[in-house]
Write a protein that binds this ligand. Structure first.
Ligand SMILES: *Cc1c(COP(=O)(O)O)cnc(C)c1O
Length: 270
């Protein structure tokens, strides 16, 4: 998309922090500037601020919904309004679409010629190692994808793995169902903990929580060989830890360890 739509050192893309880090990395590799417009305090795109910040060089707007690391969906009406009003291409990153009740924007492609929807085999399909993503867009945009891609195709091993996985769609659906029930279990357990100040709503396979001292809790978990993502230095995510939903036994272990920490904390006098 950067190669197709952006002139290096001239054009820019717009991203909405806090969001996925790769948009910035990819823009950097292409020597394309980024313009950042903060999400609102409730992690939604700020339509007015976005449209006010657009210039004739703003070619791509990246919307990540459900958003990483905040885990929430963007309101469908907000996404549609942006697709209608943004003068360039709106890219909706649906990496976590299998974990939300919200409908994919793929169904709306016929109506909006400036819409691109991206999905991946890395999350719900459990195949991050095959490095395979998907882009859905108008025939015209896909035609340009073919113009800028190398003459070689997605490698055969990745193709084989993806095709084999798609032949077993029931397996993927079962995995997603397990993750969703584990997510519900984790949310409940986290909400019951004194040391967790807030469990943010999630439509992804991870949960963002706010705690008093994120770095210290992060380090205590590392000591117990549990790795979460410390997002406390990320804009709007102060005190934030991002917890991936793991296997059932991993989630049980996390809850058990957090309960121990909570009790230890409660023993401190005063
Ligand atoms: C994981 C992720 C992707 C996809 O990553 P790939 O492994 O490169 O396909 C895209 N967007 C977001 C927000 C992600 O979290």
């Amino acid at each position: 998309l950067l190669r197709i739509f952006c002139e290096p050192r001239v054009d820019e893309i717009m991203i909405l922090p806090p969001t996925y880090g790769m948009y910035k990395v990819s823009a950097g590799i292409s020597d394309v500037a980024i313009k950042e417009v903060s999400l609102t305090a409730d992690f939604q795109p700020d339509v007015e601020a976005i449209l006010a910040a657009v210039t004739s060089n703003t070619k791509l707007l990246f919307l990540c919904s459900p958003n990483n690391p905040t885990a929430n969906d963007f309101d469908r009406s907000v996404i549609i309004e942006l697709v209608q009003k943004f003068p360039g291409i709106v890219v909706v990153d649906e990496a976590y679409i299998d974990f939300t009740n919200q409908q994919s924007l793929v169904a709306d492609l016929g109506q909006y010629e400036n819409l691109v929807v991206m999905q991946t085999f890395s999350k719900a399909w459990g195949l991050a190692g095959i490095r395979l993503g998907m882009a859905f867009a108008s025939e015209e945009i896909i035609h340009y994808f073919n113009k800028v891609k190398p003459p070689y195709n997605v490698n055969q091993l990745s193709q084989n793995a993806a095709l084999a996985a798609m032949d077993k769609k029931e397996k993927q659906e079962l995995e997603v169902a397990i993750i969703l029930s584990e997510r519900a279990k984790l949310i409940q357990a986290l909400e019951d903990l004194d040391l967790v100040e807030r469990v943010f709503p999630t439509s992804a396979n991870f949960i963002l929580i706010r705690v008093n001292d994120a770095l210290s809790l992060y380090n205590q978990l590392v000591e117990k060989k549990i790795i979460v993502r410390n997002r406390s230095n990320v804009h709007l995510c102060e005190g934030g830890l991002r917890i991936s939903v793991g296997r059932p036994e991993e989630n049980d272990r996390l809850i058990q360890v957090l309960n121990q920490f909570s009790h230890a904390e409660n023993l401190i006098p005063g």
